[in-house]
Design a binder for this molecule. Structure first.
Ligand code: HSE
Length: 431
């Protein structure tokens, strides 16, 4: 980037939690380095916070902090707005106001984009302004820009990601220490990864919002959170993980987006992936996204998916881009996309791991086998784990259609010899 004028670009930051505070620290500390590397000088103009009186690590000039976010957006001295409040309102309204006032916006807000992104991108495109969101998926990992720019001409077949650090941490502890789900969740909570109410992470809502954003960029059609099929990890047991390991697999919560004919299939669920797959090596709270493109082949981007500094690093990159574009007089590159046609999970095919708690008596296997056979689900292997009241049958299927597997499971739940249908894991990889 060339030099684009000496006047600093004054930034309005909405929200000063972990990410906002880290961003303010980075801009304050590195303004000279950024100016010499990029030709853009950033300056923190105003910061909207909930509590102005709160003690903060970064010293800001008197009057920078305000509790009035609308005043930051409408301040004529503020040229670019960063939204790191999270949630849908008031973030949505503030972003629309900023765009209306001719200010590019940088946001880290996945929930907002995955639910009402269409409206925001339309407003940005109509105003010819940037609306950038690198930090909304997988925190510090440069992912949106590589997909949107470097791979702009690539025919992407599939994007598969580990995009939730909390669940990856829990599954890693279960795999490596044999911890139960409950023990691993408690550990994640004590380390501050998982919230006291862990629902958004463990039930896959957080990953689902990220999957919608990834699918939108990868396939150039607008996908919303409601389009994403979602299952969480709360039902995964130590037995499932040990069994997968014995077969040469690891269990991960995956976000998968792929093109099926001309439709987008997007889902979040726990899956077994071969231990030789690059995603299998993504441990603890790290994130990674594996991209398969027609010309480029396979790519993987790996790093910290959360945390103040990594996420602020992604926001800062966007901010420099927006500021540079503003000074250079370029139009923003936001485009309003048409809605995706969504392929329901019913129509997809996969191999499956199925764990079924049964009565340990003659004829059980035959009864279950008949149900699978009736629906064309072919069994590749079967093993009994435990005996008597603890008996579980674990099946690995050949590639089968989701609809046929679900119909079989529904019928199995009604058999007298079946106590419970337990974990269902899709198996990724060649048969
Ligand atoms: N809670 C998320 C995670 C980070 O565990 O990865 C924010 O999206």
């Amino acid at each position: 980037m060339g030099r684009v004028g000496n006047a600093p670009v004054r930034v309005g930051v909405l929200g000063c939690g972990n990410v906002g505070a880290a961003l303010v620290e980075l801009i304050t500390r590195d303004a000279d380095v950024i100016a010499s590397r990029t030709g853009v000088r950033l300056e923190v103009g105003r910061v909207a916070v909930r509590n102005v009186a709160k003690e903060r690590a970064v010293q800001l000039p008197e009057g920078t902090l305000t509790h009035d976010a609308e005043a930051v957006v409408s301040d004529p001295g503020i040229e670019v707005v960063v939204e790191v409040i999270g949630g849908i309102e008031p973030a949505r309204m503030l972003i629309l106001q900023a765009l209306k006032a001719g200010k590019p916006v940088v946001t880290a807000n996945k929930e907002l984009l995955a639910n009402v992104g269409g409206e925001l991108f339309e407003a940005a495109a109509a105003a010819g302004l940037d609306l950038l969101y690198e930090a909304s998926v997988a925190g510090g990992i440069p992912l949106i820009r590589p997909l949107r720019e470097s791979l702009a001409g690539e025919r992407i077949r599939r994007v598969m990601g580990i995009v939730n650090g909390t669940t990856n941490y829990i599954l890693t502890r279960m795999s490596e220490e044999g911890a139960s789900y409950t023990e691993a969740l408690a550990e994640a909570q004590s380390l501050g990864y998982a919230e006291r109410d862990p629902t958004a992470d463990v039930e896959g809502f957080d990953a689902g919002a990220k999957a919608a954003i990834l699918a939108t960029i990868a396939f150039g059609r607008h996908v919303v959170a409601g389009d994403v099929y979602r299952e969480g990890i709360a039902g995964v047991t130590a037995v499932d993980i040990a069994f997968a390991s014995r077969l040469g697999y690891v269990v991960k919560l995956l976000a998968v987006a792929e093109l099926v004919d001309d439709r987008v299939a997007v889902r979040v669920h726990p899956a077994m992936i071969p231990s030789t797959h690059p995603l299998a090596a993504v441990r603890d709270s790290f994130n990674a996204v594996f991209i398969e493109g027609e010309a480029v082949g396979e790519l993987m981007l790996y790093g910290r998916g959360a945390g103040g500094m990594p996420t602020a690093s992604a926001v800062l990159g966007d901010l420099i881009d927006a500021a540079h574009n503003l000074r250079a007089g370029g139009a923003g590159r936001s485009v309003a996309l048409s809605r995706a046609r969504v392929c329901p999970i019913d129509e997809l095919s996969s191999q499956y791991y199925l764990s079924i708690e049964v009565l340990d008596q003659p004829g059980v296997l035959a009864a279950i086998g008949t149900v699978f056979a009736d629906h064309g689900v072919s069994i590749r292997s079967m093993e009994q784990v435990g005996m008597g009241e603890e008996a579980q049958l674990i099946f690995i299927t050949h590639t089968a259609r989701e609809r046929d597997v679900q119909t079989s499971l529904h019928e199995l739940r009604h058999l007298d010899v079946v106590e419970r249908v337990g974990t269902v894991l899709r198996v990724i990889g060649p048969e």
